[in-house]
Design a protein around this ligand. Sequence first.
Ligand code: F6P
Length: 560
Amino acid sequence: MTAAQPTDISATDSPAWAALHTHFGTMSAVHLRELFAQDPARGSELTLQAADLYVDYSKHRVTRETLGLLQELTSAAGLRAKIDAMFSGVHINSTENRAVLHTALRLPSDAQLVVDGQDVVADVHEVLDRMSGFADRIRSGEWTGATGERITTVVNVGIGGSDLGPVMAYEALKDYSDRGITCRFVSNIDPTDIYEKTHDLDPASTLFIIASKTFTTLETLTNARLARDWLTGGLTTKHGLSADDATAAVAKHFVAVSTNADKVSEFGIDTANMFGFWDWVGGRYSYDSAIGLSVMVAIGPDNFREMLAGFHAMDEHFRTAPFEVNAPVILGLLNVWYGDFFGSGSHAVLPYSQYLLRFPAYLQQLTMESNGKSVRLDGSPVLADTGEVFWGEPGTNGQHAFYQLLHQGTRIIPADFIGFVEPNHDLHDGDADVHDLFMSNFFAQSTALAFGRTAEEIAAEGVAPEVVPHKVMPGNRPSTSILAQKLTPSVLGQLVALYEHITFVQGVIWGINSFDQWGVELGKAMAKELAPMLSGETSTDGQDSSTATLIGHYLQGRGR
Ligand code: F6P
C-alpha cells in the first residue's frame, strides 16, 4: 500500500499551540501543591490503565484545562489519521519510502494484514516458527557445536538497534532465562569489546549470532570477522581441528539475522542459518523481530511470544483507546508540554528494577534517533524544539548519584518512575521485606519531587536560619509513575511499546519523520575517509587544523 500519507501538517503552527503558549503564562507560576489542594481528586483521576500498566500522571504541572488544550494538538496534527496510516502499512517513512510496521511483528497469527501485496502476518509467523525451532534445539542441546559440545554461550554481534534491544531485554528478563546458557553482546568496534566478551570462552560451546539489518555496518562486520577468526583459531589450537574442519565449523557456530541475504552469504553464513526480517522494521524498533533471537534462546519461545503479546496489548490500547485515556498520547503530549513550553531539554527514566538496568540506554536510541530532527516532513524547518535527551539509571542507585540535581537544581527535568508491586525475588532482612524498602523509595521520590519542603517547614524543625535556604526543597518537579504487578515478559513488551508510541506521538505533533536517521551517516562516511590517515597511508592535507593536529598526535603516539 503506497497511498499518500495524511496531509503533512504539524501542530506547532496551529491555534492550539498559540493557546498553549498563553496558558503556559499562567501555569508556569502554579505549584503542584496548589494543584493538589484545589483538585484533591486528581491523584486518583489523572491516572489510567493501559493494558497491565497503571499510569499516574497527576504529578504533572497541568490542570484539566491544560490537558484539554494539549489534546487539541492531536487534531491539529491529524494524529488519528497518522496512527491509522502507520498500523495499516502506509509508507509513512517518506524519505526512505517505507512502511513502518513494527506493530505487525506482534500481531497474532490469525490477524490479517496485507501490505504492498504481501501477507505480512504469515511472513512474521513463518520466521517466528523457525526462530522457535532453532531456539528449542539450542536449549535442548540437540544443536551442538562442531565438536559435539552443547552451546552454553550465545554471543550477539550487532550495534544500535541490533544490540540495544536484545541486551536490554536479556537483562530485563534474566529471571525467565535458562541459566545454563549465557548471552553476551558485542557491539563496539573498540577491539576491547570483543576481546573481553570472548577471551574466557571455549569456542566449542560458543554460538555467534551476527545481527545486522543491512549486514553492511562496519562495526558488526569487523567484529563478525574477528569472531570467525577467534572461533576457527580456537578450534584448531585448543581442539585440534584441521584448518578445513575449523572453517566448516563456522556453519555450526554462526547464524545471521538480517534483511540482506546476499551479504549474509557473501560473509560465509549459509542462508539456511539466517533469520530474516523486512525493511519495514526500523533498527530501533526491531528487537521483537528476529533481531531478538538471542533473547528467545535465553528465555525460550513461549516467554518470547508472551512478550510479543504484551507489545500487542499496548498496540491495541494505543490504536483503540480514546485519546483522553490513551497512555502514549497523554505521555507524548506531556513531553511536548515540557520540552517546548518549559524548555526542558531532558527526560529522566528511573526504573525501580535492577533488571531494567539497560532500559534507559535502549530508550536513548528509540527516542533520540527517532526524534532528533530539525526539518518537517515537507523539508521545512521545525517550528519548535524536538526530541529530548533521555537518560537514567535504576533507583535506588540514581538517588545516590544524580537525584540531587532533579530535586534542587535549576532545571525542570520530567521523570518517569517505573515500579513493580511484586518482586522477582522475595528476600527479607530480618523482619523487613526488602522489596517494600525498595518501593518505599519509589513512592518517596516522586512525592518529594512534587511537593518538596518549604522554608517554614524546615525552620520549624529547628534548622539554623543560615542553613534553611540550602535545605529548601522547591518541589514542583513533574513526574509520571508507572506501576505494574510484576516484571514479566508481557509487561516488558507493554513498556517498550508504550515508549515506541510516545515517541511516535511526539513526532506527529512536531510534523517530523521519526523513522529515518540520516544524521548518523556523515560521521560514518568521515570515519571511512580518515581511516587511511591513521594507518599513515594518506596524509592529513586538506583536513581542518584541529583534526590534522589531533591525528598528528595520534600518529606520533603510535610511532608512525
Ligand atoms: O547507526 C545507525 C543505524 O543505522 C541504526 O539505526 C541501526 O540500529 C544501527 O545503525 C545498526 O544497523 P544494522 O542493524 O544495519 O547493522
